[in-house]
Ligand binder design. Structure first.
Ligand code: BMP
Length: 513
């Protein structure tokens, strides 16, 4: 007898699968009732379920850095797999905590880690879809899910209709360059010839597929039970008729909604920065105000481990090319920091949207974060947010609320209005460039970045005003310290970056206690 067969009998014996006449939550009368939650009371059964899920994982040659069980029943299954087979686990909360870090994902992960979803039963597929979306929004790659039992009630089709799941078929949303512009399309793996014309970078950014495999289908379960005379043929026919006439349809999104699913990623970028800060013990943003991109690339390799953000001004670079900026982006992913273009947008919406997406630097293509002035009114945020939806990665901005330079016109009234704009566009505005902690009316944990940080200087000749890392964090309430010349003009950039990392993070920890 196969393991799956044996387990099917056990599930029947412990009444995880029952036959008769049941009224479901929806009011529908059903000849079958499946409740896998009971398996936690039968450790041997829980172990067998977990073992079969893990066997399938190994057989399918799926590589993953972590597994994530969908609450609740799949949680213990994932826990057993984690312990028995030494696979690190993540938990996706159903709701964010209302206190502390407001984390949605518990456990340790890095940007681009591969995570496998584990689910006990798939009926509509909605929990798997939701979990995949949420994990992806946190920077994880989710390409596979293993389900213990497929109820065959249209789950697979629903998953497929949501544009993120196809059995054994890969679907890519690719961006490709035409003569004048960028365009995009969906292709699948029998159209891979098209992919040759597409930049590798874009494919990576937009790859959104999920392959779902199940250990057992309902048909197989019924056959096992019939073979071992636990149920009659009549019962099998009744259940199959019921399943056929009760196919569930999830709302099918249109193409535009599909794209929104892929890209509704803004809020997590805030959390992403917090995670990087904790993981790398660094709240240091290096302001790499150098005029040579090659030099920045080299520097980022040397100091990448000690920073959470790398800020540049792309308009001062004399060797800017998209190829080089992509190299920097790759390093940012490897070293786990975000790329921050300090563009300080300050024009009308239409113009900033062009400045953000077009021109030589195509900022939106590569900059995780940008800076924006509130001066022109909130149309600027609307324009940037809309443009940012054209890429398949999370994008966000910092609003400049206060400046570090002497004589800045950012008075109290201005700051208040800036905060109101942030609240209105809270998915895109992830925080502020500020010199103090700003009071907001929502409980969003906006990230406050403070520039003008230097241990050995108090001012430069153009009115830049400096404070120490401790003062920035503990007295002014900064989350992130922005340091430029303090590091760039030092004798040893790497050692100095480490020093600012240590000083900044020590204060950050002290502040959050
Ligand atoms: P430095 O640490 O070398 O003074 O550089 C500070 C960096 O932060 C510069 O890139 C500057 O454009 C930026 N910045 C600032 O100094 N003050 C502000 O109020 C806002 C900024 O973006």
């Amino acid at each position: 007898m196969s393991d799956a067969e044996q387990l099917s009998l056990q599930l029947f014996d412990i009444e995880a699968v029952k036959f008769g006449n049941f009224t479901l939550k929806s009011g529908i009368q059903s000849p079958i009732y499946i409740d896998l939650r009971v398996i936690i009371s039968y450790p041997a059964v829980l172990r067998s379920v977990s073992q079969l899920v893990n066997d399938l994982l190994e057989k399918s040659n799926i590589e993953c850095d972590s597994i994530c069980g969908v609450p609740y029943t799949a949680l213990p299954v994932a826990s057993v797999i984690s312990v028995e087979y030494n696979r690190p686990m993540l938990i996706r909360r159903k709701e964010a905590k209302s206190y502390g870090t407001k984390k949605m994902i518990e456990g340790i992960y890095k940007n681009n880690d591969q995570c496998l979803i584990i689910e006990d039963i798939v009926t509509t597929g909605s929990s798997v879809i939701e979990t995949a979306q949420s994990l992806r929004e946190h920077g994880l790659r989710v390409n596979n899910a293993i389900v213990f039992l497929d109820r065959e009630q249209n789950g697979k089709n629903n998953l497929e209709a949501n544009g993120i799941t196809l059995h054994g078929r890969v679907v890519l949303k690719v961006k490709y360059r035409t003569d004048q512009d960028w365009d995009e399309m969906w292709v699948d793996n029998n159209e891979t010839s098209l992919v040759r014309h597409v930049s590798y970078h874009s494919i990576c950014a937009n790859k959104q597929f999920l392959d779902v495999s199940s250990v057992l289908t309902l048909t197989e379960l019924l056959q096992h039970l019939l073979r071992h005379k636990r149920i009659t043929l009549d019962c099998v026919n009744q259940v199959q008729t019921f399943i056929k006439s009760n196919q569930v349809q999830l709302n099918q999104p249109n193409v535009d909604e599909k794209r929104t699913v892929v890209k509704s990623n803004y809020l997590p970028i805030r959390e992403h920065i917090r995670t990087i800060i904790e993981e790398k013990k660094s709240n240091l943003c290096l302001s790499a105000d150098l005029t040579n991109l090659d030099e920045i690339i080299e520097l980022s390799k040397q100091v990448g481990d000690y920073i959470c953000l790398l800020k540049i001004h792309c308009d001062i670079l004399n060797d800017f090319t998209m190829e080089k900026i992509r190299q920097l982006k790759t390093i940012s992913k490897e070293k786990n920091f975000l790329l921050f273009e300090d563009r300080k947008f300050a024009d009308i919406g239409n113009t900033v949207s062009l400045q953000y997406t077009k021109g030589l630097s195509q900022i939106c293509e590569w900059a995780d974060l940008v800076t924006v002035h509130a001066l022109p009114g909130d149309g600027i945020l609307k324009a940037l947010e809309e443009s940012s939806k054209e890429v398949g990665e999370p994008r966000g901005c910092f609003l400049l609320a206060q400046m570090s330079s002497k004589g800045a016109l950012t008075d109290e009234k201005y700051v208040k209005a800036t905060v109101q704009y942030a609240e209105k566009y809270q998915n895109f505005v992830i925080g502020f460039i500020a010199q103090s902690r700003l009071s907001t009316s929502s409980n969003i944990d906006y990230i406050h970045c403070t520039p003008g940080v230097h241990i050995n200087s108090s001012e430069d000749k153009f009115g830049q005003q400096y404070i120490s890392p401790a003062e920035a964090v503990l007295q002014r309430g900064a989350d992130v310290i922005i340091c430029g010349r303090a590091i760039l003009e030092s004798n040893d950039r790497v050692q100095t970056a480490k020093l600012y990392q240590t000083e900044g993070y020590k204060a950050y920890q002290q502040k959050r206690q």
